[in-house]
Write a protein that binds this ligand. Structure first.
Ligand SMILES: NC(=O)c1ccc[n+]([C@@H]2O[C@H](COP(=O)([O-])OP(=O)(O)OC[C@H]3O[C@@H](n4cnc5c(N)ncnc54)[C@H](O)[C@@H]3O)[C@@H](O)[C@H]2O)c1
Length: 228
């Protein structure tokens, strides 16, 4: 089976009802991202940060995977699919995708402020005073701006093994995630699905831009893959 690496961003989950942030002038659900997704924001106002992720967790409990998530699961019948997602939601897993790597962490997990290895599944509210087994405050298990990306090396190695690269719903503005595209083997086909694609046709050999929302875009992708 050919191996497709699928790099997904916030646009993948837009049709499930989760907002992206570039579409809202760099605000994430009405917040400056640096207030809610950076170590500086956390040090400035922990209550605000916890409240923001409590709301995101609550929202995630209320939404469902969309058609695009489902179509990627169906593709596993004919291809080896590895998803590398910037998303912190669990909609790929809930749809049934088998291989999902979360580059930027997961909303339904929390970790100690002192140790990346003290991690717990967490679907409820997180409060000041909730501590881990190491005695330290728990925080969202999210990679904030300015923090190291622990899964990056693994993502790079996976990307190098692609026969085909598919990119869905990302503005390609957040690094190092956006740099993964540079690790693919030369000349493999790249499909870029986004209603406002932030990539130019001249940038890569074999780049096909599908300027559609994720559900329609993945349907078109499947037609194109069938023609390969
Ligand atoms: N669902 C989530 O987990 C979620 C939501 C918002 C932000 N984030 C975080 O914020 C960062 C955002 O970077 P990003 O590049 O992923 O997102 P982004 O917000 O920077 O860009 C979103 C992209 O999705 C596209 N888009 C909008 N609607 C779409 C649709 N229906 N179908 C397909 N594409 C659509 C937009 O044109 C845009 O290019 C990530 O690090 C991510 O962790 C995550």
């Amino acid at each position: 089976m050919k191996r497709i690496i699928v790099l997904t961003g916030a646009g993948m989950s837009a049709e499930s009802g989760i907002k992206t942030f570039r579409d809202a002038d760099g605000l994430w659900e009405g917040h400056d991202v640096m207030e809610v997704a950076s170590p500086e924001g956390w040090n400035k106002n922990k209550e605000l940060v916890l409240d923001f992720y409590n709301q995101r967790r609550q929202q995630l409990l209320e939404v469902e995977p969309n058609l695009a998530h489902q179509l990627l699961v169906d593709l596993e019948n004919n291809y080896e699919i590895q998803i590398i997602t910037q998303n912190v939601d669990d909609l790929h897993e809930r749809a049934g995708s088998k291989n999902v790597l979360h580059l930027h962490g997961e909303l339904f997990k929390v970790k100690s402020v002192r140790s990346d290895s003290v991690v717990y599944p967490w679907k409820k509210y997180l409060h000041i005073g909730d501590i881990g087994e190491d005695g330290n405050q728990l925080r969202p298990n999210i990679v904030w701006f300015g923090e190291a990306v622990p899964m990056l090396d693994q993502a790079v190695e996976i990307t190098k093994t692609a026969d085909i690269l598919v990119i869905i719903g990302t503005s390609m503005q957040v690094y190092p995630a956006a740099s993964l595209i540079h690790y693919i083997p030369v000349d493999i086909p790249i499909y870029f699905i986004d209603p406002k694609p932030n990539i130019s046709n001249n940038s890569f050999e074999n780049l096909t831009i599908i300027p559609e929302k994720a559900s329609i875009g993945v349907e078109k992708l499947i037609e194109l893959l069938n023609e390969l």
